[in-house]
Design a protein around this ligand. Structure first.
Ligand SMILES: Nc1nc2c(c(=O)[nH]1)N[C@H]1C(S)=C(S)[C@@H](COP(=O)(O)O)O[C@H]1N2
Ligand SMILES: [Mo]
Length: 297
């Protein structure tokens, strides 16, 4: 079920050519080493070509720097991302403090081409490099009381001017249910387009959960806590009736202020239809069987 390609350095034009003809989208396709990567998930009617490196790195939501998406890339220059440690703690048998370089050697990031759907109504296709969150969980061994994961972004107001904005409760926090975190689609990303993550994309390590709205994919993580009860995310705190804990992409449940039925793919003009679970229904729908998706937004 994993698309595996070598973590080689591919210049973007070559990278795009290799993939331009890729029209295969079947879930469960294993791609042999060396073959072009495949976008995981159901096909949307038009093709899903990777968004340009330029757009992925210059149109960013990263409120620690700015709420202006086009300004983020030029505001991150003073943000130090090496060295960096990620602590995994809480209800685990083996708490750990990983150096990011050690994570990369130990867990061997692979390419995962995923759609990213922002709750604001735009989307991209991003060739991430990352490894399943499940690998880290296997290493730390959650105890039976562990039911949720709480993710925390670095708190460094001197380097992240947006953290001086008192409208939000810093640091940025997100959460997942343990079974969501164990799903193979949930990865910790350390690169994109076969390069190390740039600061604006959440360097050096960020979460990617492609079936959920983009805000769940928390950037620049320093701590993951395994906890008993459901964490409250920054967005749940800021606007509880607009942003819930689950935040699964769902074209049938509108945001209180706009429809979620369609989206603008960055780089395209016509809007496209938004897919249930962002096109990953086959892989994740079972996690929410029997749940009221309107109440659990
Ligand atoms: N720490 C942190 N993580 C964050 C955000 C943020 O403001 N701060 N924005 C989120 C939102 S709303 C989106 S859409 C994605 C954008 O990721 P990208 O800039 O890499 O495309 O990051 C998410 N992760
Ligand atoms: Mo977003």
């Amino acid at each position: 079920m994993r698309a595996i390609t070598p973590l080689n350095i591919t210049p973007e034009p070559l990278y795009l050519n290799r993939r331009a003809f890729m029209r295969t989208f079947g879930a469960g396709l294993a791609v042999a080493a060396g073959a072009p990567a495949t976008l995981l998930g159901a096909p949307s009617e038009p093709t899903d070509l990777p968004t340009s490196f330029k757009d992925i790195t210059h149109y960013n939501n990263f409120y620690e720097f700015s709420s202006n998406k086009q300004a983020v890339a030029r505001m991150v220059s003073g943000f130090e991302t090496t060295p960096w440690q990620l602590e995994v703690t809480g209800r685990v048998a083996k708490p750990a403090l990983f150096d990011v370089e050690e994570l990369i050697t130990r867990f061997q990031p692979e390419e995962r081409v995923y759609r990213l759907r922002c709750v604001e109504g735009w989307s991209m296709v991003i060739p991430w490099h990352g490894f399943p969150l499940a690998r880290i969980l296997e290493a730390v061994q959650p105890t039976p009381e562990a039911r949720y994961l709480k993710f925390i972004t670095v708190h460094r107001p001197r380097q992240m001017p947006g953290q001086k904005n008192g409208w939000y409760h810093w640091p940025y926090v997100e959460g997942l249910r343990l079974d969501e975190a164990l799903n193979d689609l949930a990865i910790l990303a350390t690169g994109l387009y076969a390069k190390k993550l740039l600061a604006q994309n959440g360097a050096p390590v960020r979460l990617v959960v492609p079936w959920k709205y983009g805000f769940k994919s928390i950037k620049s993580i320093v701590r993951i806590e395994l906890v008993k009860s459901r964490p409250t995310s920054l967005w749940m705190r800021a606007a509880p009736h607009e942003y819930g804990f689950y935040a699964n992409v769902n074209p049938k449940v509108p945001h209180p202020r706009w429809s979620q039925a369609s989206e603008r793919r960055i780089g395209e003009f016509r809007r496209r239809r938004t897919l249930m679970y962002n096109g990953y229904e086959e892989q994740v729908a079972h996690l929410y069987a029997g749940m009221d998706l309107k109440a659990n937004y």
